[in-house]
Design a protein around this ligand. Sequence first.
Ligand SMILES: [Zn+2]
Length: 285
Amino acid sequence: MNASVSLGRLRLDVVSDGYFLQDAGGVFGLVPRTLWEPAAGSPDAFNRMHIALNCLLVRGDGRTMLIDTGAGSKIAPDRRERAYPGDYGYLLGNLAALGVAPTDVDLVINTHLHFDHCGWNTASVHGAPIPTFPNARYLINRIEWQDATHPNERTRATYLGDNLTPLEDGGQLELVEGEHQVTAAVRFLPAPGHTDGHSAVVIEDGGERAVYIGDLVQHAAQLERAAWVSAFDTLPLVSMETKKRIVSDAIRTGSLIISPHIDFPGVGRLREQEGRTRWVAEAGL
Ligand SMILES: [Zn+2]
């Protein structure tokens, strides 16, 4: 699945890697089911929700950039069912449908390094993981890299070394600190809370602005309510403040929001209506 949007001189394509199944209690954290279920719909019989895996391809000015790389294809089927359920691994096929080969990608940006955002950073060749995009630099926040390569008891199930170490071994890793202007149009912006080093990507061209929000939220209902913070966030109160800032900036500037996890393609805008924030999915995608 792909969906295309133009922004100034750039072409943005949301490219799906499929979806995974996430425990709904994890997504909504402290919020009682009696409150979130009317807003978000019912989970399956195992209390799981479909979570989209929307990656973003940005093309223009001779560049081919990919933001987040989904859950990938390296997790073995038996392990998937037990710990990482879902139907994913479609990113390269969907890129090929757009005429984009792995060798065409010159930059990969990871909002953070949880398994569902960097799975296609590498691919398994004869049983060993190697960088999927041989001509790309991989741009990652330094704090995130440090946390991901030194996981603790809570984070080690989502920070998988196979997605990370081959980048360093291959000399393709570029660690950045704080706010970082990537190209004239693309800016990597700290957005802490989900993790300490979590970052968003702001894209501005021709007077238009889009924000790829990473795991600022996993569901649109969380964009509409500041206090609805996920149980996966390592810094929940920081996450809430980051969300308020990004949401108010997006409303003020009329930005397009692109979310990895809101139902495909995860593209919409936020509007203030009668004192409440509303997510409005972009029509026609
Ligand atoms: Zn995620």
